[in-house]
Design a binder for this molecule. Structure first.
Ligand code: ADP
Ligand code: MG
Length: 336
């Protein structure tokens, strides 16, 4: 097993392209461009919670950074620097090498310098802090949605959760859906270009990590407003619908924009070759309330909006009971 300092030197020290001082000192030095604000965000991945013990290390390395880049995308920021805190049990050189390959593959494809971190022995977990740049005052936030705005989502929400369900034997996917869903789960592609393109157009944005309804709920709470959703092609009740509405881990962008930009956003989908779907609109109403209809305008009452690490077993039982009763008044209360 390599020592701590061998791990840092051999696997996590690389040349940087836009950093004053990188790995090797007590701190890193960076110099943001003129007129730029720094955007800072942290995300952890913990074995047993965010990934399975036998996850392919290269895919895990990619995903560890990709989920952080996704937060930059949601802010309309260009990701620039990252630090990596790694807790490792007793890693083999092959395991760390594969992890580092995936991590730097993702870093290189987004022009990110790894500038520091920490390496410790313990139950496997990774924590990345990422820094990005955005021209002062132009960051996308969660709090700007207003009545009349359209609600959009990129990609195919629910794909990652369906991929996980397949791996866990809860469903059997056939090609080409299988490859697409496993890619979404294991190698998410953060929507950086979309985030940059949405500056000045989107009124609010978030990346879908906890589930579509949960993350829309965050926009509604922060913007103190309600929403009406009609998701084109939403399937009948069942696993697929649950994955679309509440499956986490998609790292797609969910955003609102004034309806006058509907055409511009449709054109953006073609330009960036990313599916962008209009799934509803912001309406006046109590903060956080959302009404969901299916294609035939029947109101749907989902049992849960998404993932919450601290949902108690009692609250979970309550949610299941509510699901069984399905009162169908169309309103969904906050689960978090
Ligand atoms: P210190 O004792 O001052 O905290 P460390 O010995 O932990 O420093 O780390 C030495 C250098 O290696 C520092 O520059 C630190 O940022 C960097 N580093 C440690 N672990 C990692 C890692 N997993 N990835 C990248 N850089 C790391
Ligand atoms: Mg020190």
């Amino acid at each position: 097993m390599p020592s701590e300092f061998e791990i840092i030197a051999r696997y996590f020290t690389r040349d940087t392209s836009h950093t004053v001082l990188g790995v090797g000192d007590d701190g890193a030095l960076i110099s943001p461009g003129p007129g730029q604000e720094l955007v800072v965000s942290t995300d952890m991945l913990v074995e047993g919670t965010h990934f399975l013990a036998d996850t392919d290390p290269e895919a895990l390395g990619w995903k560890t950074l990709a989920v952080n880049i996704s937060d930059m995308a949601a802010m309309g920021a260009r990701p620039r620097w990252a630090t990596l805190a790694a807790v490792l049990p007793a890693p083999t050189p092959e395991w760390i090498e594969a992890f580092a390959r995936g991590f730097f593959d993702c870093a290189n494809s987004h022009g990110i310098d790894l500038i520091g971190g920490d390496t410790t022995r313990g139950p496997r977990a990774f924590c990345v802090t990422i820094l990005g740049e955005v021209p002062a005052g132009q960051a996308l936030r969660r709090n700007g949605a207003i009545a009349g705005d359209s609600i959009w989502v990129s990609g195919r929400p629910g794909c990652a959760a369906l991929g996980l369900a397949h791996l866990q034997g809860r469903t059997t996917l056939a090609e080409p859906a299988l490859t697409a869903c496993l890619m979404a789960l294991q190698r998410p592609q953060p929507r950086v270009m979309l985030g940059l393109a949405l500056r000045g157009t989107a009124s609010a944005a978030i990346d879908v990590s906890d589930g579509l309804l949960a993350d829309l709920g965050h926009i509604l709470e922060r913007s103190k407003i309600s929403a009406r959703l009609r998701i084109p092609g939403l399937s009948a009740a069942g696993l697929e619908r649950d994955c679309v509405l509440a499956g986490g881990d998609d790292y797609e962008l969910l955003f609102t924009a004034p309806a006058k930009f509907d055409g511009k956003i449709a054109a953006l989908a073609t330009e960036l070759k990313i599916p962008l779907t209009r799934i509803g609109e912001i309406v006046a109403g109590p903060p956080g309330e959302l009404v969901l209809c299916d294609d035939s305008r029947t109101v749907i009452t989902p049992a849960t909006r998404g993932y919450d690490h601290f949902m108690s077993p009692a609250r979970e039982a309550e949610v299941q009971a509510c699901k069984a009763k399905a009162p169908g008044d169309g309103t969904v209360s906050q689960d978090k």
